[in-house]
Structures are given as structure tokens and as C-alpha cells.
Write a protein that binds this ligand. Sequence first.
Ligand SMILES: Nc1ncnc2c1ncn2[C@@H]1O[C@H](COP(=O)(O)OP(=O)(O)OP(=O)(O)O)[C@@H](O)[C@H]1O
Length: 262
Amino acid sequence: MTRQWLQGVALEARQVSAMLGAAEVLHGIELALAAGQWTSIVGPNGAGKSTLLKVLAGLLAHRGEVRLHGQPLAGLGARARARRLAWLGQGGAGEGSADDLMVYDVAMLGRLPHQRWLAAPGPADRAAVEQALRSTQAWDWRERPLGQLSGGERQRVLLARALAVEAELLLMDEPLANLDPPHQADWIALARAQVRQGRTVVSVLHELNVALAADAMVVMAGGRVLHHGRCNDPATHEALEAVFDKRIVVHRVAGQWIAIPA
Ligand SMILES: Nc1ncnc2c1ncn2[C@@H]1O[C@H](COP(=O)(O)OP(=O)(O)OP(=O)(O)O)[C@@H](O)[C@H]1O
């Protein structure tokens, strides 16, 4: 499903299906995500967005194939994959065991794929962690335990951990969870900055106005991709309105596409 506007493909799903428990929740997904762009994945609750993102990150068993720049993802070693694909999970789920760790050390976990076994972090690791923590305004908490932070503060630390990987691809599941409006705006600027540096950003988002600020949008429902197009394409707006039962309408306001209640 390579499209004309795709300059290069970073991640590709070929006939991907996935089971959760006894249920098939992704059905024959065919998708090619543009390299060096920001793609948002949207759709109603239960559409399969998080499941698709996990499959694309190589975190969930599936049928079919995922390719990273044309190479089968399954053929990459775990470390190589972790260096190339940074992951920010939903609401920091599964991060409970990190609660006692200092914020600085949590962000340093993002450098593990770059470090030799049991080796101390080097100057490049420390520089990447400082830059990442500063970019999410989390540097001032570096000596605080993660467990003592608010939901939004914690999210910014986990975002810094993902940025510290300095991976070519950033996959983020609801990265705006718990972020206040200024930090949501900062997140958009961050995503854009990553793209300017040549990286690829893929984010599952419920905030449609933020999702519409991306370069491209994947609209999902019922475990299938219903539409994949540019965020400024009227066909994308139609698909978005349709998947939410025409309860929203997309308008151009002050130079931006926004979704408002119909
Ligand atoms: N363990 C499980 N067993 C069976 N079905 C599951 C299991 N976990 C999730 N599901 C189902 O899989 C489907 C896809 O879930 P997924 O979390 O990918 O959706 P989503 O689009 O990310 O939803 P949301 O917007 O609510 O986060 C849902 O219908 C969900 O009920």
C-alpha cells in the first residue's frame, strides 16, 4: 500500500493479524508508515491502536510481517531493535517497578541498548540523558524518585527516557496522558523537532486536534485500518468524521485543522 506521498517507508506491516487472549483483535493490517514524518493513529476505544503500535514495536506476537526499513523486524536482535525503536507505553503502564528509581536513572534506562553489559554510562550517555530530561523540563527532578511525581511529571520523565534512546523511530502510545495544555504544546514541538532531525514519530492519540497537527493519519476501527492519508487531505477529514459517527467535524481555524463537536 505504498502511496505516492510516501518518500520512504520506515515501518511496514504486511498482512498483520494479532490475538489477545482468544480473540483476534487485528485483522490483516497492510500499512506503510513514512520515514522522517510524524504519523498519528486514531480511532474509537477498542479499535486496536495500542495493539498495532505494540506489534510495530516488536512487543507482541503476531501473524504476518513487520519490516523496519525493508528488513524483517523479527530478524533483528533485541538490542539492535531497542536502539532503533524507542517506545513510550500507555500511561507508563508496567513502570511500577521503577518507582524507587531516581528520575535520572529512569532516563538512563533509555541508554541501556547503547551500553556494554555492566559498563558504566559514558559521556555520550550522560549527555543524551541530560538533553532528554531538559527537553521535557524534567531535569530539576533528576534526584527525586519516580514514584513521588505526579502523573504528568512522571509522563515527562518516561518521555525523556524514550528520547534518550536517540532512536530513529519513536513509537508513543497516548503520550499526552496527564499532560497539561502547555506541556501538550511542548510535546507537539518535540515531535516536530524529532522529525526535523530526520526521525520518524508514530503516536496513538485521542486528542484529535493534536493528531491533526501530524503529517499523516491512520484511522482505525474494529482492528482494521480504514484510512491512511495526509492530515491536510479532505479524504482524511471525512474518514475521521465517519469513524466517530459524524459526532465531530474538522474545520480550519487560525491555520490549523481542528476537530470540534458536530
Ligand atoms: N487480553 C485480552 N483479551 C481479549 N481481548 C482483549 C484483551 N486485551 C484487549 N482486548 C481487546 O482488544 C481490542 C483492541 O484493544 P486496544 O487496546 O488495541 O484498543 P485501542 O484502540 O488502543 O483502545 P483505547 O482507545 O481504548 O486505548 C479491544 O476490543 C479490547 O477489548
